[in-house]
Design a protein around this ligand. Structure first.
Ligand code: BGC
Length: 482
């Protein structure tokens, strides 16, 4: 029996309490391995900026070719995401992750060994396919496996490893400069976590939701027995069966049906807002933004490390507390903070007095921006898209939202420098702040709270009818359900 104070703590901090219970160790371990995909995502998007300084010398890249090398991973990721929604439904979330780990490992080695621009471009595009897949199949896999009361924290391991990957990429970039590390080593070393992901996933189970949805109820029961220390697994099996429509697969076009359309709007809205508030202008261009303040290159690289560290540390806060305070709270508070930071950054560049007398205001504003993003939009976007779509449309729904996320990542990062030229530095940051206000309104009116609810309860809360969630549309579908 636990003491009253222990059970009070468990109520208030379900993730922290759950993560340290011996019965949940297996679940926490599984989630960490699955979240390795997040590390690959963060490392690979973060590493290229600094490495390019050296690659361009070795391979003789023009400015256009350098941009293409950066863009290739984002375009590959958008395409990888859209393709793998189908795969995650057809061959299981787990097997999709094994494939993405293999693709990634080959891509990392290919990039490290590239002898020409074209080889590097192809390797980066190939890597993008794996990164786009891993970016949403990791949260999906974890969400479908863990107990509801710990889902916020465990799914956000993915974002935590994204931020750790970015941090490691920054550290490496710094090492490139100060310790003459080889860029080939920097790109190639990512093959190790890639292989660890592929091999690790072979030993992990498929998710009980996918198994039930494919008629493998006994296997699902066996998995649930391993991952639920204390809970009633028969109740959970019945709940999953009630929402699973074991006879037909959901298709992308089903996302446009009444009742589901709103979920698609929420998922894609979150995806787009996560990018258009300008996160990757800070992640990819922080040295450039800091150099506008007059700092030399070495100081800007060192300060960029603070940016990576703040992002990582505040994501830990989100992991620990998302299951306590809920998704909406962090989303609204975090987006408010980052919007204020953007206004401040705009003011800094607008007012010469501030530039002359408050040299650290730019860095402070960027750090505050990161705090807001790291507790809010960063983890909550990936978490919510793994929660809101009904089981039979989770693959296509998450794939489409992830596609939008990568497409807008590409659009924002590639228009940033032009935007600055057109509307000035302060104008650009105020423009992102305006989009932050739009995001707040969107979240306030449309985002549901999903804390503490099972995925099946969320499905019902959101008005997706139980059982066959969408009516069969074709005569063949109708025939298979009668
Ligand atoms: C976003 C990335 C971003 C990263 C920063 C992720 O959630 O999708 O675009 O670079 O967070 O931490």
């Amino acid at each position: 029996m636990s003491s009253p104070s222990a059970s009070g703590f468990a109520q208030r901090f379900p993730f922290i309490y759950g993560a340290f219970q011996s019965g949940n160790r297996y679940v926490v371990g599984i989630s960490l391995i699955a979240a390795l995909g997040g590390f690959l995502f963060g490392y690979d998007t973060g590493v290229i900026g600094g490495s390019l300084l050296f690659i361009k010398e070795d391979l003789g890249l023009t400015a256009f070719q350098q941009q293409a090398v950066v863009a290739a991973i984002l375009i590959g990721a958008a395409l990888g995401a859209i393709g793998s929604g189908y795969l995650a439904d057809a061959i299981s979330r787990r097997n999709t992750k094994i494939i993405s780990g293999c693709i990634y490992t080959i891509g990392a080695l290919g990039a490290a060994l590239a002898q020409s621009y074209w080889q590097l471009l192809a390797a980066r595009f190939w890597l993008g396919l794996a990164v786009g897949t891993a970016s949403f199949v990791a949260p999906m896999y974890i969400a479908e496996l863990v107990p509801p009361r710990m889902r916020g924290g465990t799914v956000s391991f993915n974002q935590l490893l994204i931020t750790f990957g970015i941090l490691m990429a920054y550290v490496g970039t710094w090492g490139l400069k100060d310790f003459a590390l080889d860029w080939r080593l920097m790109l190639g070393i990512a093959a190790i976590p890639g292989a660890a992901l592929a091999i690790g996933m072979v030993f992990l189970p498929k998710t009980p939701r996918w198994l039930v949805d494919h008629g493998k109820v006994d296997e699902a029961r066996a998995v649930l027995r391993r991952v639920r220390a204390t809970e009633n697994i028969e109740g959970e099996i019945e709940e999953i069966r009630a929402v699973s429509r074991e006879t037909s697969r959901g298709r992308v076009t089903h996302l446009l049906r009444p009742g589901i359309r709103r979920l698609l709007l929420i998922g894609c809205g979150l995806a787009v807002f996560q990018q258009i508030v300008g996160i990757n202008t800070v992640i990819y261009y922080s040295p450039t933004i800091l150099s506008f303040t007059g700092l030399d290159t070495s100081s800007t690289l060192t300060q960029a490390l603070f940016i990576g560290l703040t992002n990582f540390v505040f994501t830990i806060v989100a992991v620990l507390l998302l299951d306590t305070v809920g998704r909406r709270f962090f989303l609204v508070v975090g987006t408010t903070c980052l919007t204020i930071a953007l206004v401040a950054l705009g003011c800094y560049f607008y007012i010469p007095y501030l530039q002359a007398n408050a040299p650290y205001m730019a860095l402070a504003s960027m750090l505050f921006y990161l705090v807001g993003f790291a507790v809010g939009l960063g983890p909550v976007f990936w978490l919510l898209i793994s929660e809101i779509f009904p089981l039979h449309l989770r693959g296509p729904g998450m794939a489409v939202a992830t596609f939008f996320n990568w497409a807008f990542n590409f659009a924002v990062s590639f228009t940033f420098l032009t935007l600055i030229n057109v509307v000035t530095r302060s104008g650009a940051f105020w423009f992102y702040a305006f989009l932050g206000i739009c995001a707040l309104l969107f979240f306030w009116f449309l985002i549901p709270e999903t804390k503490d609810r099972s995925l099946e309860e969320i499905e019902r809360d959101l008005g997706v009818p139980p059982g066959r969630a969408t009516p069969p549309s074709t005569p063949r579908e109708r025939a298979t359900t009668t």
